[in-house]
Write a protein that binds this ligand. Sequence first.
Ligand SMILES: O=C(O)/C=C/C(=O)CC(=O)CC(=O)O
Ligand SMILES: [Ca+2]
Ligand SMILES: [Mg+2]
Length: 434
Amino acid sequence: MSAFTFPVEVAEDCPFGIHNIPFGIYSIPGQARRAATVVGKWIIDLNTLVQNDVFTHADHADSLEGVFLQPVLNDFASLPLAVRQYVRLTIIENLNNAESPFYTNVKVQSQAFVPLEQAEMHMPMRLTDYTDFYSSIVHADTAGKGMNFPIPPAFWEYPMAYNGRVSSVRVSGTEVIRPKGFFLVTPSDSHVQLQPSRELDFEMEMGCFISHPVQAGEIVSAKEAQKHVFGYVLLNDWSARDIQKYEMNPFGPFHSKSFLTSISPWVVTPEALEGSLVQPVASNASVISSHLQNDPNNHAGYDIEFSVSLSRKGSDPVQIVRSYLKDSYWDSLQMIAYQSSSGCGLHTGDLLGSGTNSSATPVSRDPSSPVGCGCLLEAVAANIGLPKVANESVRWLEDGDLVTMEGWFTTPDGKKGGFGPLTGLVVPEKLSGE
Ligand SMILES: O=C(O)/C=C/C(=O)CC(=O)CC(=O)O
Ligand SMILES: [Ca+2]
Ligand SMILES: [Mg+2]
């Protein structure tokens, strides 16, 4: 028997309580990748639950055969919402029942539970498309000043976006190789040179994975978009500001953002976020296209607290950023609606980045407290002093910096839930031949 006993122990600071039940892809040495959820310090292998008849619903059980043996969650994500909700609720019910096979069945006990620290986490989805949006007024205003782009009129009309590079989206823990790009070595130079970025940055974002496709030619309204959401991950849109400043004229970002985008491995469902629903985002109260207008009773205005911590030269991590999703001007349902507007269609596995999540930084604050900037560019542009790390002032990311993002919310039982950490270690650029 495993040490998985009733009642499940979930530490105060653990992101994975009984009502979170995110979905992810894990492996242990010698075994293929497969689907799991997580509670406390335990991975729960989902196919083992299928094989041991935990999911018995007459309408849903058949569709779960083999689905959790896939190396990505796309097949699960494309199942009807009722099936996915049934899986989550059945797991919660079993966790709360001392007589459940989770605690009493020898096979389930010996095969379903894997200590989290023994598992390697992988990309949860096979990505089909990746779009990154622009939804924070504070970010658009402050970072815009840093880039010499005032907030454009379109910002207030729809959630603006650019197309990202699918193959550059990688799971948490992937090293951040310092990117190279073209920019002036000194401002007086007449030509740019290909060189390693000196202004490497992070962007604190949330990613939304699509479940049911939107057919080509079909426009989805924000009011109808919820049924296309599979779930959410944390997303770090690593950005090279020197490359970006040169290349974003007049096109969108290219090399400055296409080297790596990291995501957290656990996909948190909209159901887990229901305890965090607050009011619809601010754009709903202004004049916008009717198909972008949210249903006040079915929107994605969640109260999620984000943080970014930085460790430099192996120092203790220092929380340098704290921001809130509720400060966004646009929500993920409006992003789905806007993405669909051209008739391009959406696919199971499309990833929509929220855009940098920033909140106001109080004018007078303790210099050691985190700032609201969702990226370093904002702090540089607005001359906001970040808390010191390893007794040093922070401007841009240095080789050896470890960046950790977190996102916390309230699960439907009123307890604290989280995404789990999203990390990336900055390593030097590769020299030719390496
Ligand atoms: O021009 C700016 O203010 C900056 C634009 C971006 O960095 C693009 C982007 O990734 C948008 C975002 O994350 O909000
Ligand atoms: Ca971004
Ligand atoms: Mg990126």
